[in-house]
Design a protein around this ligand. Structure first.
Ligand code: HPA
Ligand code: MG
Length: 213
């Protein structure tokens, strides 16, 4: 998505009434998000090594929608592959944002105990929802090493933000590359609000004020 893209007019979409004044535009409609999966996920999933179970590691909270939809796609793809692969879903929780500003430290504030995965032969997907600085990617790499999985490890990421000094992060799958806007919806939040919005939207100044902490 180019820097000068102004988004779509809100009039063209339906969205919850309680957000009527809180959004500036629709940035990525829900249907477009769903369309973006198809071709790219097929390519990503081709790397799966037959005979080894799949583990999907979801980065919470913002990744839950992307992860759930991704799991649905993987289920369909697995059904049509030679061998049926068992899949498990694990979770990790990270936090780095207050209002629309990222704090310096990204914290792991919860999630599953991943040591159960150590040493297992697995096809793993580490599902990120947004990468905009190397911090997140460092965590991904750290987890990758910690799990020391000798088999397939892929990092699908819904959004990559073009930010200065992004540190050359490149996930294995990118849904959309976007300019440096603060966006909400499709499980991405502003102080825990807007997760109940299907489309990815840009928040308005009114919205920022209303839900400020
Ligand atoms: N929106 C919501 N959550 C986020 C964002 C964003 O733009 N960037 C990092 N976490
Ligand atoms: Mg958040």
């Amino acid at each position: 998505i180019k820097d000068d893209f102004a988004g779509y007019s809100l009039d063209l979409f339906s969205y919850p009434e309680h957000y009527f004044e809180d959004l500036a535009c629709v940035y990525i409609p829900h249907g477009v998000i769903m369309d973006s999966f198809c071709e790219k996920i097929v390519t990503l999933h081709k790397k799966v090594i037959s005979g080894h179970d799949i583990v999907v590691l979801c980065v919470l909270k913002g990744g839950y929608k992307f992860c759930a939809d991704l799991v649905e796609f993987i289920k369909v793809l697995s059904r049509s592959s030679d061998k049926s692969l068992l899949m498990r879903v694990n979770f990790i929780r990270l936090k780095s944002y207050c209002n629309d500003q990222s704090t310096e430290d990204i914290q792991i504030i919860g999630g599953d105990d991943l040591t159960v995965l150590t040493g297992k032969k697995l096809n793993s997907y580490l599902v990120e929802y947004i990468i905009e600085k190397s911090g997140y990617f460092q965590i991904a790499k750290h987890l990758r090493l910690k799990q020391s999985l000798p088999y397939m490890v892929r990092i699908p990421c819904l959004l990559v933000k073009r930010v200065p000094n992004e540190g050359g992060c490149r996930p294995d799958y990118v849904g959309f590359e976007i300019p440096n806007h603060f966006i909400v919806g499709y499980a991405l939040d502003y102080n825990e609000h807007f997760r109940d919005l299907n489309h990815i939207c840009v928040i308005s100044e009114v919205g920022k004020e209303k839900y400020k902490v």
